[in-house]
Design a protein around this ligand. Structure first.
Ligand code: FES
Length: 75
């Protein structure tokens, strides 16, 4: 199971189940990660900067593709 290491939370380690969003994994262990629109893809407050492990992520959602096309998301 992939392990999410959150560098800006003192290296907190969170297991991410297959198909689970990173936000859901963080919330599942009680980490209060900002998500102003309720993870509906409207605000980007839940965004992360990925240092490694891109190959573990699912393909971009339609909302993520829109933000990337608008220059509001790298990678
Ligand atoms: S919480 Fe709004 S896009 Fe993630």
């Amino acid at each position: 199971m992939p392990l999410l290491i959150v560098l800006n939370l003192s290296g907190a380690q969170v297991e991410v189940a297959p198909g689970q969003s990173l936000l859901a994994a963080l919330q599942g262990v009680g980490i209060d990660w900002m998500h102003a629109c309720g993870a509906k893809g409207r605000c980007t407050t839940c965004r992360i900067e990925l240092a490694a492990g891109l190959d573990n992520l699912a393909p971009l959602t339609a909302a993520e593709e829109r933000y990337r096309a608008a220059g509001r998301m790298s990678a």
